[in-house]
Design a protein around this ligand. Structure first.
Ligand SMILES: Nc1nc2c(ncn2[C@@H]2O[C@H](COP(=O)(O)OP(=O)(O)OP(=O)(O)O)[C@@H](O)[C@H]2O)c(=O)[nH]1
Ligand SMILES: [Mg+2]
Length: 621
C-alpha cells in the first residue's frame, strides 16, 4: 500500500461517494439514501488504462473540515494528514451533488485550501436534468480552476472520463505547493466569505433552476404530516411483518422439503450407524433448521433496502425524533438503532454519527435490544409452533401480529432502558437533531439485487461455517458416550450433552427451560440462530427417525408447554448478545467495564423476563 499514490473521495454526506467508489473499484460498500451511511474509511485499488495503479479511499461524508462527530473526524484527520500511521492523500476527488450546488461548493472551497490537487465529480446530473436544472460545467471548471466531470455514480455514468482525468491530477501532486500543515480552520468572517463565494459561483454556473424536488416537497407534506406521518410509519412497519410471514410461507416450505428429502436420502442410502447419524441428525438437521429462514430474512432486508434507498428512512428518523428526545436519546440515534434490526454490529458502528459521547454510549448500550435478524428464526420457529395461524380478518394473520409484538417489545424496551440509563449511568441532556432530509428516489434495481445477494451470501456462509461446526460439535456431545446395555431411553439421554443440559437446568429450570433448551443456549451465544440449529440436532437425536421430516415445528409443539415456549421467546427479546456484538461494543466504547455492564444488564433482564413470563403464563393456563 505505501508505494502507490492515494486518492481520497471527499464530499458532503449523501452525495454519492460510496456509489462512485463502488463504480471505480468494483466493491460493494454500503450505499443508502441518508446522511451517514459510511462511518469508516475503506480502501480499494484502481488500475487505469495506461497501467497506472493507485489506491482510493472512501470516507464518511462531512459538511466541513472542523467536524465534531466521530465519523466526520475520521475524514478530517485523513484529509489533514493527522493520522500518525498515514500521510495525507496525494489527490482528491471532490464529489458534489448537482441538485444542491451551493451547499456542496462550500466544502469544495474549503478543501481547496488544503492545497491537495483534486478533480470535481459533479454527481447526480441525472437528477438535476430530471428536475430541469442546467449547469454550465465549463464555467464551473473555470471558476474552481480544476476539471469538473459530470457523473451518474449509481449507473457508472462518466466514470470513464473521470478515469481519463486522474493521471493529470496525479501529475500535479509532485508539484504540490501548500501542505496541510498550513491549513487553518476558518473563523466566522472567513466562513462567511467562503459561503459568499460558494453562492456567487453557484449563481454563475446554474443556468436554469428547475422546480427542483417538487415531488419531494409534495410527498413530505403528506408523509411528514404530524398526524398522518406517524400513522403511515406504523402501518408500513405492520405490513412488513405481515409480509415476512405471508410471502415466505411457500419458499420456506420448499427449502424444508428439500432438507427433509436430503436427510431421508442419507438415511436410506447409508448403512445405519454413526456416519449416517452425523450427516442426517448433526449436519443436515442443524444447518437445515436454520436455512429455512432464508426467505424471511431476505424479505425483511428487501423492505429495509427499499426504504433506505427511497429516502424514507431519514423521514422515519425525523418522525421518531420527538419520541426519541422524550427518553433522552439523540435523534441521530434512530438510524443506528434501525440498522440494529439487521444486526447490532453495523448498528453499533453507525453510532459514530452521534457526536456527543454520552448520547453515543447510551445508544450503543441499548442497540442489542433492537431485534436483530438472527432472532427472526427463533421467533418464527416458536410462533409457528405455539401460535395458531388464524386469520383475524382482512387477510391479517395472528402469527404476524405476535411477531410485530415481539419487535415492538424490543423497541419499547430499548426506549425504557434509554430513559433509565439517561437518568442514571449516562446522565446528561440529549442534543438536538439536525439532519438533512435527502430527496426521494426510486431504488436502483441493481443495488437491491446486489444488496440482497450479499445478505443471502452472508447468511449461508454463517450456516455453512459457524452453524455447521456448532451442529457437528453438538452432535458429538449428544452421541457420546454410547448408552449403557439395556438402555430404555434414546441414546442422547446418556450423553455428555444431556449432562451439561441437566447441570444448567439448576439455573434455568426455575424459569421454565427444559434441558434441551439449556443445551441450545450455549452455542446460541456464538450466534443466536445457532440455538435453532442446536434444537434441530438435539431433537433429531432424541426423537424417532421421522423427526426431521416432520419438522422441528411439530416436534416443539408436542414437546414444549405454552409457558415454556413463551418464556423462551421472552428470553430472546433480551437475549444476551452474541460474542461478535460484545467484541464490537468493546471496540467502540473502548471500555471493558461498559461492555461487561451491557452484557450483565441484558443477562439479568433476559432471566427476569423469561421467568416472569413463565410463571404468569402458568398461572393463566
Ligand atoms: N440518481 C442518482 N442517485 C445517486 C447517484 N449517486 C448516488 N446516488 C444515490 O444517492 C444516495 C447516496 O449515495 P451514497 O453513495 O451512499 O452517498 P455517500 O456520499 O457515500 O453518503 P455518506 O456515506 O452518507 O456520506 C444513494 O441512494 C444512491 O443510490 C447518481 O449519480 N444519481
Ligand atoms: Mg458513503
Amino acid at each position: 500500500m505505501p508505494h502507490l499514490p492515494r486518492i481520497a473521495l471527499a464530499g458532503v454526506p449523501n452525495c454519492g461517494k460510496s456509489a462512485l467508489f463502488n463504480g471505480l473499484t468494483g466493491s460493494r460498500q454500503k450505499v443508502a439514501n441518508y446522511a451517514g451511511a459510511t462511518v469508516e474509511r475503506r480502501w480499494g485499488s484502481v488500475t487505469l488504462d495506461d497501467g497506472t495503479r493507485f489506491h482510493i479511499v472512501d470516507l464518511p461524508g462531512t459538511y466541513s473540515l472542523d467536524a465534531a462527530s466521530r465519523d466526520q473526524e475520521i475524514t478530517r484527520d485523513v484529509l489533514l494528514g493527522r493520522r500518525a500511521d498515514e500521510a495525507p492523500p496525494n489527490a482528491l476527488i471532490c464529489v458534489i451533488d448537482a441538485t444542491n450546488l451551493r451547499l456542496h461548493l462550500r466544502l469544495v472551497l474549503d478543501v481547496q485550501r488544503l492545497g491537495i490537487p483534486f478533480v470535481v465529480a459533479l454527481n447526480m446530473v441525472d437528477l438535476a436534468e430530471r428536475n430541469g436544472t442546467r449547469i454550465d460545467i465549463e464555467r464551473l471548471s473555470q471558476e474552481l480552476g480544476v476539471p469538473v466531470i459530470p457523473t451518474v455514480a449509481v449507473r457508472r455514468g462518466g466514470l470513464e472520463e473521470l478515469r481519463r482525468r486522474l493521471p493529470g491530477v496525479l501529475d500535479k501532486m509532485a508539484r504540490r505547493a501548500a501542505s496541510s500543515e498550513d491549513y487553518k480552520p476558518l473563523d466566522a468572517a472567513g466562513l462567511r466569505a467562503l459561503q459568499r463565494r460558494a453562492r456567487e459561483i453557484a449563481g454563475k454556473v446554474v443556468i436554469a433552476e428547475g422546480a427542483a424536488s417538487r415531488i419531494t416537497r409534495h410527498l413530505d407534506a403528506v408523509l411528514l404530516n404530524p398526524v398522518f406521518g406517524p400513522l403511515f410509519l406504523m402501518a408500513l412497519v405492520f405490513v412488513v411483518f405481515q409480509a415476512v410471514f405471508a410471502w415466505a410461507e411457500a419458499p420456506m416450505g420448499w427449502i424444508d422439503d428439500g432438507v427433509s428429502w436430503l436427510a431421508e436420502t442419507v438415511r436410506t442410502h447409508l448403512p445405519e450407524g454413526r456416519l449416517s447419524s452425523l450427516l442426517a441428525d448433526g449436519a443436515i438437521a442443524g444447518v437445515g433448521s436454520v436455512i429455512v429462514f432464508l426467505p424471511q430474512i431476505l424479505i425483511l432486508f428487501f423492505f429495509i433496502l427499499v426504504l433506505e434507498q427511497t429516502g424514507y428512512m431519514a423521514r422515519a428518523a425525523f418522525i421518531m425524533d420527538r419520541l426519541m428526545g422524550s427518553v433522552g436519546l439523540n435523534g441521530r440515534a434512530f438510524l443506528p438503532l434501525l440498522s440494529s434490526f439487521a444486526c447490532a454490529i453495523p448498528g453499533i458502528m453507525a453510532t459514530r454519527v452521534i457526536d456527543n459521547p454520552r448520547d453515543r454510549l447510551t445508544t450503543i448500550l441499548i442497540a442489542p435490544l433492537m431485534t436483530c435478524s438472527a432472532r427472526l428464526p427463533i421467533y418464527t420457529l416458536i410462533i409457528a409452533a405455539v401460535i395458531p395461524n388464524d386469520p383475524i380478518g382482512w387477510g391479517i394473520g395472528l402469527q404476524g401480529i405476535v411477531l410485530f409484538g415481539l419487535y415492538l417489545a424490543g423497541v419499547v424496551n430499548a426506549l425504557v432502558m434509554a430513559a433509565v440509563l439517561r437518568l442514571t449511568v449516562t446522565r446528561g441532556r440529549a442534543q438536538p437533531f439536525l439532519m438533512e432530509l435527502p430527496k426521494y428516489q426510486l431504488p436502483a434495481v441493481r443495488d437491491l439485487v446486489l444488496g440482497l445477494l450479499s445478505r443471502a451470501k452472508a447468511f449461508l456462509v454463517r450456516a455453512g461455517t459457524t452453524i455447521l461446526a456448532a451442529s457437528v460439535v453438538l452432535w458429538a456431545l449428544a452421541s457420546f458416550p454410547a448408552p449403557p446395555e439395556g438402555a430404555t431411553q434414546p441414546a442422547i439421554y446418556y450423553s455428555f450433552a444431556a449432562s451439561i443440559g441437566h447441570a444448567l437446568s439448576y439455573v434455568f429450570a426455575p424459569i421454565g427451560f427444559n434441558w434441551e433448551i439449556c443445551i441450545a443456549l450455549v452455542p446460541g451465544m456464538a450466534a443466536r440462530e445457532v440455538a435453532v440449529g442446536a434444537l434441530g440436532t438435539v431433537y433429531a437425536l432424541s426423537g424417532s427417525d421421522t423427526t426431521v421430516a416432520e419438522g422441528l415445528v411439530d416436534t416443539l409443539r408436542n414437546a414444549w408447554s405454552m409457558p415454556t415456549s413463551l418464556a423462551f421467546l421472552a428470553w430472546y427479546i433480551y437475549a444476551p448478545m452474541c460474542f461478535s456484538t460484545l467484541a464490537v461494543s468493546r471496540r467502540e466504547t473502548n471500555s471493558r467495564g461498559w461492555t461487561a455492564f451491557q452484557f450483565g444488564y441484558l443477562m439479568v433482564l433476559a432471566y427476569v423476563a423469561a421467568g416472569a413470563t413463565y410463571w404468569i403464563a402458568r398461572a393463566l393456563t
